[in-house]
Design a protein around this ligand. Sequence first.
Ligand code: SF4
Length: 97
Amino acid sequence: MTDPANKPQNPARRRLLQAAAAAPALAFVTPCRAEADAAMSKAEVGYQDVPKNGQVCAACVYFMFAPATSAGPASHCAMVAGLISPAGWCEVWAPKQ
Ligand code: SF4
């Protein structure tokens, strides 16, 4: 029988949990700095430019809208580094309340 405490964690989930644990300390840092510290790479969270099972970045609590430019998507995410598409998705997706 496998002990759940010894189960390997998804690296993205581990970093998300670490960021959540550090949240009280980050409250004393500027918001931009806190976002930079918590940001994960697209690869870590399995980001893709298309929705998954009806879940889409534009409906995610971490989504920060900015109009797209001729160069492509301009929106950001509070959890993922770099530009993202409103039509994208990743493993950290959480619905807006
Ligand atoms: S689905 Fe992922 S990339 Fe998209 S806004 Fe949410 S956390 Fe960011």
